[in-house]
Design a protein around this ligand. Sequence first.
Ligand code: NAD
Length: 506
Amino acid sequence: MITPHQPTLSVLRHRDELKVHTGRLFIDGQWLEGHGMPWTHSHPATNEQVGVLTTATKAQVDAAVRAARRAFDGHWPHWKARDRKRLLQRIAQLVEANGAELDQMQTLDNGMPISFSSTYQAGHQIAADIFDYHAGWVDRIAGQTLPTFTGGDAVVMTLREPVGVVAAIIPWNAPLMLSAQKVAPALAAGCTVVLKPSEYASFTVIRFAEILAEAGVPPGVFNLVLGPGDGTGEALVEHPAVDKISFTGSRGTGRYVMRAAADGIKRVSLELGGKSPNIVFPDVDLDATSGAVMGMVSMGLSGQGCACHTRALVHESIYDEMVDKCALMAQLCVLGDPFDPATTSGPLINPQQLERVTGFIHSGQSQGARLVIGGDRPGGELAIGNFVNPTLFADVDNSMTIAREEIFGPVLAMIPFTDEDDAVRIANDTSYGLGASVQTSDVKRALRVARRVRAGTFGVNGYTVVPNAPFGGYKTSGLGREGGQEGIDAFLETKTVIISTGDSRH
Ligand code: NAD
């Protein structure tokens, strides 16, 4: 077994940056103290308390939904497209202008290394672009005129109208980008929103709410409630005046949300987890590919991304070489103080997740997978945080728990395959279907595999999420899409209007 990189960075060096922040609710254009149980936030790298949230009671969630209802039943859906478009553009500009601070807030919230939080994909720039992109939709939301089916004097047309009050619930791993993915299309469509961030990453979203207020979002159109899922979240999801729930989070919570939506026949969109395959054919540059394959799981959020490709399916002819190269890549990861630009890999979000990931590592060992590197925790100063060393399992069978469950930690399961059919069979042998990738220089093979693998996003030699393309899951990875036209459609209803132009009445 190769010994992992020994971290030497002090996570405590930036203690001053972990200053205490206080979170408040934003309801009907007012900042309010929450009257629920306060929530103390501990930083994942140190488990030091870094902030206190005042959480919303059921009555305060009710007040937020009622404010959103009033704004929806009032002026907001009838705003001029020009004004709504400018408002979204202003939000984009303010997110950009406050970008460095927002990126740091994410690092403060969830321990995402600043080296990752300041990338396009994870940081403020994609959030700004999401608002900019949806600003472009505002004056393009349009219905159709249809031919009269049976003849006669009539005009048949469809109107596209906002779905109503949206309950938007997001997880902790990308609070800024995920807030934007819900709020931007909802506002563009003319909906009003009550947003609940994760109790493990609320500070970025509080700052984001301040930006929306500064941009001039009218009272009640955007509301923020804070608190845990089983109090604040349930009160929001179950509220009868909510028309649509847009949820991003784990599959388990997604099931609950869908059942709760059924009671009120609420519209529901779900962005859930994944167990994405990365299929590696022999015709690639193994150095670059091993960096991408292992790096996706071990760097940045340390595998805590929904679309992290945590199953590497590697052709048998290059399998041993890929194992060695991925192990070397794991050694290059620098765990440490997330505020240090040299740190590549962050901690797990909380001690419960640390225990869960450690349990999966033990299951891999007990079920016979070969632990090549990692599997343990760094010592020294990092021992106080929720760090796990980048972990590579080889000789994994796709039936093992580590190949089936979403681990949400820096654990890569490497599985050999014999040929293209075998690779596709293993890739599809999962209940998830969020992302998938193929690594090859053969474009015909890439397209064949892309068509056969059942996943919402497919990468050929890697991919990045972009605002103008739909993102979402096949199978149990979700329902609906965010981004692109489908992302805006998710916040719209269709009304058919039939206008009789003849003399007869029906
Ligand atoms: P989670 O399901 O525990 O929590 C997500 C959100 O739901 C949080 O705000 C939480 O407070 C809230 N919540 C929890 N229980 C609730 C309840 N009973 N009623 C209402 N709200 C409730 O997920 P998490 O641990 O925060 O996030 C990790 C998960 O999110 C992973 O499974 C990951 O794959 C998924 N995720 C998916 C995407 C995507 O786009 N598909 C993106 C990011 C994360």
